[in-house]
Design a protein. Structure first.
Length: 275
């Protein structure tokens, strides 16, 4: 559900943003974005029972002392760090983001609307391939699926270099996005397999935060590379950094990766996997 919501939102916002920018100017996409932020404010006053009706025994556990102790125990659970590292390296992609925008609009002279629609198609393709992971993980073991997905994602980004006009932008952005779904699914699967019981929420927040932080930092780094060596340099850096994920996957304990989908994995904080 997280992948579906995120991909659909990005697909619609980039497509609409590109058309609004081309028709009304650069200011209007920001104004429309600000307008859509107001409903978020209303959510602060909404307390759905399903979320906030906490059981009494959970309220007792959520004391400052218990929280701090839980953080220290989770920090000692070494199994979660490799999935976090894989997600960080995947999202640390200097060739995407701003360098890709410059490449398509300045180097290939495509309009803002074409760029927005191409990125929208890329997110749609990523959504489709991400959903297919649920079927693939039942047919293949985790380790070969993660390796193949990572290599495919690295090669998929190279398709950007073949873009020359709007039709090729739509085609190759769609294929590049399709190559990203399996690796995203596999890294998420890995953090699920590595989570200790009752600490899933904290582990997932660490996992997501690493990806968001990497995405923003790599955008700055990618823009710096683009100014000095063009899009090819930024894309080459993306491939080199992405290949490090193969090393990270090789370090993951087989006690976590070998069980087939649906098999319980013992990842308690005091288990050997945690150390």
């Amino acid at each position: 559900m997280t992948v579906v919501a995120g991909s659909l939102t990005t697909m619609l916002s980039t497509s609409a943003g590109g058309m609004i920018d081309e028709k009304f100017g650069h200011t209007w996409p920001f104004l429309v974005s600000a307008l859509f932020c107001f409903p978020i404010l209303l959510l602060a006053f909404w307390r759905p029972t399903a979320v906030f009706d906490i059981e009494p025994d959970l309220e007792v556990k959520a004391t400052p002392e218990n929280v701090w102790g839980s953080i220290k125990r989770l920090a000692r659970h070494k199994a979660i760090y490799l999935p976090v590292a894989a997600n960080f390296l995947w999202d640390f992609s200097p060739g995407w983001g701003t360098p890709l925008l410059f490449f398509l609009t300045k180097d290939r002279h495509l309009s803002e609307a074409v760029y927005g629609q191409a990125i929208g198609l890329m997110n749609l393709a990523c959504l489709v391939s991400s959903l297919s992971y649920g079927w693939l993980c039942l047919k293949f073991r985790f380790r070969p699926l993660a390796y193949a997905g990572t290599v495919g994602g690295i090669l998929g980004a190279a398709l950007f270099l073949f873009i020359t006009n709007a039709p090729t932008a739509y085609l190759f952005c769609f294929l590049a996005g399709f190559s990203c779904g399996i690796p995203l699914g596999s890294y998420t699967d890995l953090i699920i397999r590595s989570c200790p019981k009752e600490y899933e929420g904290a582990a997932f927040m660490l996992f997501a935060s690493a990806g968001l932080f990497a995405n923003d930092v790599s955008d700055l780094f990618g823009s710096w590379l683009y100014e000095r060596g063009g899009f090819g340099l930024a894309l080459s850096a993306t491939a080199i950094i992405g290949s490090l994920i193969l090393v990270v996957l090789a370090l993951v304990s087989r006690k976590i990766t070998d069980p087939i989908e649906g098999t319980p994995i013992f990842t308690d904080l005091d288990s050997p996997i945690a150390t």
